[in-house]
Design a protein around this ligand. Structure first.
Ligand code: GLA
Length: 409
C-alpha cells in the first residue's frame, strides 16, 4: 500500500487543479491495475485476459432514504475493488484475495453457503445471476482493493459489482448497470444476509467522473449532476469501525416501515412534512423522529441536487450540515467520534459543510471544502480530532470516478 501515502501527499498539493488531480488518479488506478495483473500472473502462472474495477462510494446527502423509496446523491470514489481474471473451461470460480492472502473456489453447478466472508459476496452474485437466467462461465481471478473494509465506503457493493463485471466479461452477456446493481443488492440481501437498500450498488455500477448521481430509489431513474469546480470532497475516516450495525440498521428499517404503515402510505417517500406533522401526536415518539429524518432528508437531497447544478456550494454545505444534525438527533445513527470529526471539520476554515456518510455508527464522514483551503483543512482536522479523541484519523480528498468497468488485457 505504498501508493497510498503518495496519493495523500500529491493530492494535497495539487488540489484545485483538476487536470493534475485527474492525472494522479489515473496514475494510481494504473498502478493498482498493474499490480492486479502482475500478481495474477505470479499466482496463476499465466497472464489474465481481463481486469475489472468497481468503485466504492461516499454519499453527499440522502441517508437512510434509499430503503424508503426516497432520493440519494452519492459519488463513486477513486478507491476500488480490482479483479484480474481469465476464463477457464471448468464451471468453477477460483479466487485469490491478494490483500487477505486467502484463496477459495466454488462450483457454479452447485453453490453452497459456507460463511467464507468475502467469497460469499461472489457466490451471492453468481447465484443471483443464475437465478435471473444468465448462463455463467467459470473463471480464475485475483482480487485486490483500495477501499478500507467496514469504513462505510461500500467495499461490499464494490466487490459485488466487480464480480458481476467479471461474470459478464467471461460469460459474454451485455452490461446493464441498473440490472447489475439489483443483482448485487440481491446477493447482499438474500445470500450474505444484509438487508441493504440500492444506493451503494447503483453508484458503484453507474458512477461518472466529475459527477454525483441523483437516484430516485423507487423508479431507479437517475440524473448525473456535475460537481462544481469550487468544491473538494474530503473523506474523514474516524478510525472507528461500526459494531452491531446490521441489527441497528434493520431496526431503523422496521421503524420506517411502521411509520409508513401508520400513515397509510407504501413508503415514507410518499409523506409530506405537513402530513407527518398532522399525525405526530398519535405516533410513537421514536418512530416519529425516524420518519421526520427521512421526510426531511428527501427534501434536502432534492434541494442539494439543485444547489449542485446551480454551483451553489454554500447552500449545499448548509443542507449537508442539517442532514448531520437530523441523523444524529432524529435517526440516531451517528457516534461520538463521527460527531467529533464533523464538529472539527465544521469549525475549520474553508469548510462549507460536513456530515456522517453511509449507514453510520462509525466509519467515515465527508466534508465539502473550498479547494484553496483543502490542504490546511485536512491537517487542522487531523490535529484537532486526534487531540479530542486520541485517535489517528485517515483524511483524504476524493474525486468522483466512473462506475464498474472492464478492460481487456
Ligand atoms: C448502507 C446501505 C445503503 C443505505 C445506507 C444508508 O450503506 O447499504 O443501502 O441504506 O447504508 O443511507
Amino acid at each position: 500500500m505504498s501508493w497510498h501515502c503518495f496519493f495523500l501527499d500529491l493530492t494535497g498539493r495539487v488540489i484545485g487543479r483538476r487536470q493534475r488531480c485527474t492525472l494522479i488518479v489515473i496514475l494510481i488506478n494504473m498502478s493498482t491495475q498493474e499490480s492486479a495483473i502482475r500478481e495474477f500472473e505470479r499466482h496463476f502462472g499465466h497472464p489474465p485476459a481481463y481486469v475489472v474495477r468497481a468503485p466504492g462510494r461516499v454519499n453527499l446527502i440522502g441517508e437512510h432514504t434509499d430503503y424508503n423509496d426516497g432520493f440519494v446523491l452519492p459519488i463513486a470514489i477513486d478507491r476500488a475493488v480490482w479483479i484480474a481474471l481469465r476464463p477457464i473451461s471448468a464451471r468453477r470460480v477460483c479466487l485469490h484475495a491478494l490483500d487477505l492472502k486467502q484463496s477459495a473456489e466454488f462450483s457454479l453447478a452447485h453453490i453452497d453457503r459456507e460463511n467464507q466472508k468475502w467469497v460469499e459476496y461472489i457466490k451471492g452474485v453468481a447465484g443471483a445471476l443464475q437465478h435471473a437466467g444468465y448462463p455463467l462461465a467459470g473463471w480464475e481471478g485475483l482480487i485486490t482493493s483500495s477501499i478500507p473494509i467496514g469504513a462505510g465506503l461500500s467495499s461490499s457493493a464494490a466487490l459485488e459489482l466487480a464480480a458481476a463485471r467479471a461474470f459478464a466479461a467471461v460469460s459474454g452477456f451485455p452490461w446493464e448497470a441498473a440490472k447489475m446493481a439489483r443483482i448485487g443488492q440481491q446477493a447482499e440481501r438474500d445470500w450474505v444476509g444484509v438487508n441493504c437498500g440500492i444506493m451503494d450498488q447503483m453508484i458503484s455500477a453507474m458512477g461518472r467522473t466529475g459527477h454525483a448521481l441523483f437516484i430516485d430509489c423507487r423508479s431507479l431513474k437517475t440524473d448525473w449532476v456535475s460537481l462544481p469546480p469550487d468544491m473538494a470532497v474530503v473523506v474523514l475516516d474516524t478510525a472507528t469501525r461500526r459494531g452491531l450495525v446490521d441489527s441497528a440498521y434493520n431496526e431503523r428499517r422496521q421503524q420506517c416501515n411502521l411509520a409508513a404503515r401508520f400513515l397509510g402510505v407504501p413508503a415514507l417517500r410518499d409523506v409530506s412534512q405537513t402530513a407527518l406533522e398532522s399525525k405526530s401526536a398519535a405516533l410513537d415518539p421514536v418512530v416519529y423522529r425516524r420518519a421526520r429524518h427521512v421526510v426531511a432528508d428527501n427534501i434536502r437531497t432534492r434541494q442539494a441536487a439543485r444547489a449542485l447544478s446551480q454551483e451553489d456550494t454554500v447552500k449545499l454545505g448548509q443542507l449537508v450540515n442539517a442532514s448531520h444534525i437530523s441523523l444524529r438527533d432524529d435517526f440516531e445513527v451517528s457516534s461520538p467520534e463521527l460527531d467529533q470529526i464533523v464538529e472539527c471539520a465544521q469549525q475549520t476554515s474553508g469548510c462549507y459543510g460536513a456530515r456522517m456518510t453511509g449507514a453510520g455508527f462509525g466509519g467515515c464522514a465527508i466534508a465539502i471544502v473550498r479547494p484553496d483551503a483543502v490542504q490546511n483543512f485536512c491537517k487542522t482536522v487531523a490535529i484537532n480530532y486526534r487531540k479530542a479523541t486520541g485517535l489517528q484519523p485517515e483524511i483524504f480528498i476524493c474525486s468522483a470516478a466512473d462506475g464498474a468497468a472492464v478492460d481487456a488485457v
